[in-house]
Design a binder for this molecule. Structure first.
Ligand SMILES: Nc1ncnc2c1ncn2[C@@H]1O[C@H](COP(=O)(O)OP(=O)(O)O)[C@@H](O)[C@H]1O
Ligand SMILES: [Mg+2]
Length: 343
């Protein structure tokens, strides 16, 4: 049980495995985090690092018979992994909601925008149709849809990608959830629309006090929105800290690489290179540190530790933890030499 009443979501030692013809996919390995009411946690990492799978597990959306979930997920103090799936389904769309990269996959092609929003209200509330319709229209106005009455009668394919994403946000927030998981909500959109959608999420969060888990492969989008950042690599959490610490005092070489791949930052810091190589196969994780095969600093660690032991997630400061065998002074020297963060 979580004891802090400000914590809306607490994930403890979450593991997700998939049994496949090729073997067991270790998609999420011992991931833990907390999200406070009204705050934003960004989960950041390259494609295939287990970000979506961990969030689907939290939402009770991994129902395939080939998946195995262990660990605990406390939502408002209630444990969900061991709960009746029907109870978790009732929470979804009501107290917690999720939006995805591709709104077309989440919106029904054969129903109008208005009908889908009205249905979302009616499923969770005993109200008259007219009241549900009024709430749908009000929500569409809030997410910045022009000519609402006309739009309500249109089908998803009649809207632009940005407008569809706004509709999905309206649908997710229409019942005032306490938690919103946004999985790469802007990845499919062009840069200008991306910024608008992120601004919208920030405004709505302020208005409704919704806690957000923002999933992204792009550390660049989290600076303005996140309070905390969890960096995932190869299915594991490798660094976890308040957002300013991630930018000013990153401790894990993988995080350094992610920072280097933000265009505005790397332009000023030519000495940084994007991360060479590709992420590990989750069918066959390395024996030592998951990042060791790509880490350019492992030779500075004695006894081949990086190849042999996965470093623990250790506290660097009271609210900052990271996995790395480099000593603190080695990391400081590297950051100072390469101008990573503020040293
Ligand atoms: N249903 C499934 N069966 C088998 N493997 C899966 C399934 N869903 C996801 N995976 C695997 O889990 C890993 C993590 O995927 P995902 O969480 O989608 O990554 P991310 O969101 O970080 O890009 C990937 O290797 C993916 O192929
Ligand atoms: Mg994903």
């Amino acid at each position: 049980m979580t004891t802090n009443p400000n914590v809306i979501l607490e994930v403890k030692n979450l593991n997700v495995e998939f049994t496949t013809d090729d073997g067991i996919v270790h998609a999420v390995n011992n991931v833990s985090y907390k999200v406070e009411r009204g705050k934003t946690l960004a989960i950041v990492g390259e494609s295939g690092s287990g970000k979506s799978v961990s969030s689907l597990a939290v939402m009770g959306l991994l129902t395939g018979s080939n998946s195995k979930i262990t660990g605990e997920v406390f939502f408002n103090g209630k444990e969900l992994v061991g709960s009746d799936p029907e109870e978790v389904r009732k929470l979804r769309g009501d107290e917690m909601a999720m939006i995805f990269q591709d709104p077309l996959s989440a919106l029904h092609p054969y129903y109008t925008i208005g009908d889908q929003l009205i249905e979302a209200v009616l499923v969770h509330n005993k109200v008259k149709d007219s009241e549900a319709r009024a709430r749908a229209a009000e929500m569409l106005i809030k997410v910045g849809i022009p000519s609402v009455e006309q739009r309500m009668d249109e089908y998803p394919h009649q809207l632009s990608g940005g407008m569809r994403q706004r509709v999905m946000i309206a649908m997710a927030l229409i019942n005032g959830p306490e938690l919103l998981i946004a999985d790469e909500p802007t990845t499919a959109l062009d840069v200008t629309v991306q910024a608008q959608i992120l601004d919208l999420l920030r405004e709505l969060q302020k208005e409704f006090g919704t806690a957000i888990v923002l999933i992204t492969h792009d550390l660049g989008v989290v600076a303005d929105l996140a309070d905390e950042v969890l960096v995932m690599y190869g299915g594991s959490a490798v660094e976890h800290a308040p957002v300013r610490e991630i930018f000013y005092s990153p401790q894990m070489p993988y995080t350094w690489g992610l920072l280097a791949s933000i265009p505005q930052i790397s332009a000023k810091k030519e000495q940084l290179d994007p991360i060479p190589g590709s992420p590990p196969s989750l069918l066959n994780l390395p024996k030592g540190c998951v990042f060791a095969p790509r880490c350019t600093f492992k030779d500075q660690v004695s006894d081949d530790a990086c190849a042999n032991k996965f470093p623990d997630l250790l506290a660097v400061s009271p609210d900052h933890e990271a996995r790395c065998h480099l000593t603190e002074s080695q990391r400081t020297a590297i950051r100072s030499e390469r101008k990573i963060g503020k040293v």
